[in-house]
Design a protein around this ligand. Structure first.
Ligand code: ADP
Length: 248
């Protein structure tokens, strides 16, 4: 077992675009239930790494495992999503015309392969799951509210909720607190700490005070591989990291 009980395991992954090495010998592993923060300067390879994990980009070489048995390089993007790897892009994409509840209902029906028709009733268990998610994403008081009328932060939470109703094992989140108010940022930190343990999370974020609040292990990517790993304080004190952020 090469993965040593990890939920996600990358070893010596390489990707070039027209000869440019975007990912260059990347090694990374995430433990089940872990909340991992990924930082790194622009062009470090953060987006490309998430593209590889979700099957959007095929690496030239390397190993990418989900759990101990699933070789992700053998699967296509929709199959990987169906296995329980959810991805959230930076900008919120909710159905603005639908209510908060209807957005979650649609996400659940789509995942289960059910007809999206409102005539198709959810089971008691599915309704319970939605109620639980509404509570987790701080929107239990806005069930019937039209999604287009939510604040930016609430839309981000709703989109996270649309992933959560599908009960993902691993969530990849790209700059989740960008554009949020300070209060929304604090509540997002609470949300992630609630999700940790039940799900594994990989969070790409530039907001260092947010990372400090959730205070989890940080991986610094640079030039397509891992430059440093540790607590935020440890990586911020690392001279190579300081050089990358200040010296370029
Ligand atoms: P980050 O998300 O850390 O800013 P990216 O993964 O977006 O970094 O990009 C890593 C490098 O690879 C960048 O230099 C970028 O220009 C390059 N790159 C990414 N995708 C492509 C592509 N499809 N074609 C060519 N170059 C790309």
């Amino acid at each position: 077992d090469v993965t040593h009980g990890r939920i996600l395991y990358l070893e010596d992954v390489h990707v070039s675009f027209d000869g440019f090495k975007a990912i260059n010998g990347l090694n990374l592993d995430i433990a089940p239930g872990e909340l991992r923060c990924i930082i790194g300067p622009n062009g470090a390879g953060k987006t490309t790494m998430m593209d590889i994990i979700t099957g959007k980009t095929r690496p030239d070489s390397g190993t990418v495992y989900f759990g101990s048995t699933i070789d992700l390089l053998r699967y296509k993007e929709p199959e990987i999503a169906a296995m329980g790897i959810g991805r959230k892009f930076q900008k919120p994409t909710v159905f603005e015309e639908l209510s908060v509840f209807e957005n979650l209902e649609l996400a659940l029906k789509t995942h289960k392969g059910l007809a999206a028709s409102m005539l198709f009733k959810l089971s008691g268990t599915q309704n319970d799951r939605i109620a639980e998610v509404l509570h987790t994403i701080h929107l239990a008081g806005s069930v019937t509210r039209q999604a287009g009328l939510l604040s930016h932060g609430q839309k981000q939470w709703l989109e996270i909720g649309m992933l959560l109703v599908q009960e993902p094992k691993l969530l990849l989140l790209d700059e989740p607190v960008a554009g949020m108010t300070d209060e929304e940022t604090v509540r997002t930190a609470e949300l992630f700490l609630t999700l940790k343990g039940k799900h594994s999370l990989m969070v790409v974020e530039h907001d260092m005070s947010f990372i400090d609040t959730i205070s989890e292990k940080v991986t610094v990517l640079c030039d397509g591989s891992v430059l440093a790993e540790g607590t935020l304080a440890e990586v911020q004190a690392d001279e190579r990291v300081i050089e990358v952020y200040l010296g370029r």
